[in-house]
Ligand binder design. Structure first.
Ligand SMILES: [Zn+2]
Length: 103
């Protein structure tokens, strides 16, 4: 009787392993850590607005700028711009600023 119980236990164990295998074959099991699910903060840029600049403090010179077009050219752009690399806010340069620098 003892041996039969052991045998049944072993068989049930094998069956459950088989069931688990079938389950894992059929479904993808994804395990998430709580920290994985939190949205990763975009690189937090700084507010560098004030002095017009061509280059961000991170070294990038590519910006997201709101602009309007006229006759296939940029006709107007907003002075607030965001660094494409680090997300810092900065002030876009204008021709008027260049005149100010030439003193
Ligand atoms: Zn930057």
């Amino acid at each position: 009787m003892r041996h039969i119980k052991k045998l049944v236990g072993v068989l049930l164990g094998l069956l459950s392993i088989g069931a688990a295998r079938t389950f894992l074959d059929r479904y993808e099991v994804l395990i998430f850590d709580k920290n994985d699910l939190e949205e990763e903060d975009e690189e937090i840029g700084m507010d560098l607005r004030g002095t017009p600049t061509h280059q961000c403090i991170c070294g990038s010179n590519i910006w997201y700028v709101k602009a309007a077009f006229e006759n296939y050219e940029i006709a107007t752009y907003f002075l607030d711009m965001i660094c494409a690399t680090c997300g810092s806010l900065a002030t876009a340069p204008t021709p008027v600023d260049r005149e100010g620098m030439e003193y």
